[in-house]
Design a protein around this ligand. Structure first.
Ligand code: C5P
Length: 223
């Protein structure tokens, strides 16, 4: 059984997905981390502008993920490496390439269908798991999202830190790119429950989602 959580950058998806998965006893899949991993690979190999080479090399890349932890060709990638401004910007660029999406979507389907999962991203309820039993779409005001991202980065020890204005600009730019691409665009599925988290605490969001999820799960029964 799959529960999907989609939404723009900084809407609180990762924290909420993790907590929801824990309270339901589900596994958790951070699909953004997979796009970030491909971006890291493309940057490292100098292939960000070379789609032909990237398309050729990608199938040979060993990408493993467990929750938000990623391994590239067997080497563990630190969270701080995966979340630099450079990798963040590059992740949106690789995410616009159809061959990257096809490769990752196939992997996400295999993982999601192997057990009970909360999966989070941009296209989980629309393209990847359209049959999911419960779908959420989290939104929040861009300034609130920027504030949350800065707090997360501060706690993770990022140095130097971007300013508030830089963070808002980066979030708005990513929203525009993520919403306007042809494949896997950021949008709420027609049957998704949309939750504006701007004025809600993390715990209030998790409680709300858990109530909804449990009522759906009770309706179909967890396999
Ligand atoms: O969620 P996160 O900020 O880590 O995602 C990084 C980037 O990966 C996003 O800006 C988006 O372009 C891309 N992404 C995507 N589809 C997903 C998850 C992430 O295109 N399912």
């Amino acid at each position: 059984m799959v529960i999907t959580i989609d939404g723009p950058a900084g809407a609180g998806k990762s924290t909420v997905s993790r907590l929801l998965a824990k309270s339901l006893g589900f596994h958790y899949l951070d699909t953004g981390a997979m796009y970030r991993a491909v971006a890291m690979f493309a940057l490292r190999e100098g292939l960000l502008q070379d789609s032909d080479q990237l398309a050729e090399r990608l199938p040979k890349l060993q990408l493993a993920i467990d929750r938000g932890q990623v391994w590239l060709d067997g080497i563990e990638i630190k969270d701080t490496e995966l979340r630099t401004a450079e990798v963040t910007a590059a992740s949106t660029l690789v995410a616009a390439k159809s061959f990257v999406r096809n490769w990752l979507v196939e992997m996400q389907k295999q993982i999601g269908n192997s057990g009970n999962f909360v999966t989070e991203g941009r296209d989980q309820g629309t393209d990847v798991f359209p049959e999911a039993v419960c779908k959420f779409f989290l939104t929040a005001d861009p300034r609130e999202r920027a504030k949350r991202r800065l707090e997360e980065m501060g706690a993770a020890g990022f140095n130097p830190m971007p300013s508030m204005d830089e963070m808002v600009a980066s979030i708005v730019d990513r929203d525009t790119r993520d919403s306007s691409r042809e494949k896997g665009a950021l949008r709420a599925a027609s049957d998704a429950i949309v939750v504006d988290t701007t004025a809600l605490t993390k715990n209030a969001v998790v409680e709300k989602l858990e109530r909804e999820a449990r009522s759906r799960i009770d309706g179909v029964g967890v396999q």
